[in-house]
Design a protein around this ligand. Sequence first.
Ligand code: HEM
Ligand code: HEM
Length: 192
Amino acid sequence: MSSFGWGGLLIRIILNRVMRYDSKTIALHWATVALVLILWTIGQTADMLPRGPWRGAYWSLHFFLGFVFVAVLLLRIFWRSGRGTRLPPADKGILRTLAISTHYLLYALLVIVALLGIANAFAHGVSIFGLIKLPRLADHAVAESLTDIHGLAANGLLAIAALHAAAALVHHYLWRDSVLERMMPGDASRLK
Ligand code: HEM
Ligand code: HEM
């Protein structure tokens, strides 16, 4: 127990509720970040491997984690539009508009990359570790163009996410406010 006793504990619990995102929102945010980074890295590097079973397994991991990512994204949108915590943007004026637009843009790009990924998987008729084989619904040329557009959208997502992450770090290290802390697991004791 801290030196503030029960009163201090109660204040911490209340602060925790009103000043930071709930634990599900935080878990879904960081699961999305991890999946996007892994999926993008696999997508960019898979064709560097020689043709053969290892390359196939590496792509299978992309397709499998791709479907996990779709599930996490659906859960996230469901939770965010229902009981998930909503906090007022920390910035004012133009920065506030920029922060809100960036968040909408990130959600839009997440959905676009996911939809193009699913379309791409069916266009190629991919196999996932040889266990599941999707039906092939398009010819080779269509499948190849879908891969290009999916890859382009994925790069766009990474670029906007990098700006968004930089903004979070500027808040934390330069402006020293609690914007990053409220999306971090833990309790309210570190909030400024
Ligand atoms: C944030 C999520 C995702 C990211 C960042 C991502 C990224 C990428 C990248 C960079 C490529 C390579 C594109 C190129 O070569 O031009 C790729 C290919 C591909 N992705 Fe994704 N992807 C994601 C989600 C998904 C999902 C949900 C699926 C569907 C299950 C999927 C299925 C595919 C397929 C089928 C290919 C083409 C594979 C091939 O050429 O054989 N992706 N992805
Ligand atoms: C692929 C990478 C990322 C994606 C797709 C992403 C997506 C998002 C989205 C959509 C939101 C809005 C949440 C909402 O209001 O519903 C958000 C909030 C947030 N993200 Fe990220 N994010 C990524 C990476 C990061 C990284 C690397 C950091 C930290 C360095 C970060 C820190 C934050 C913070 C602090 C918030 C809360 C902002 C506020 O309360 O105004 N994000 N993120």
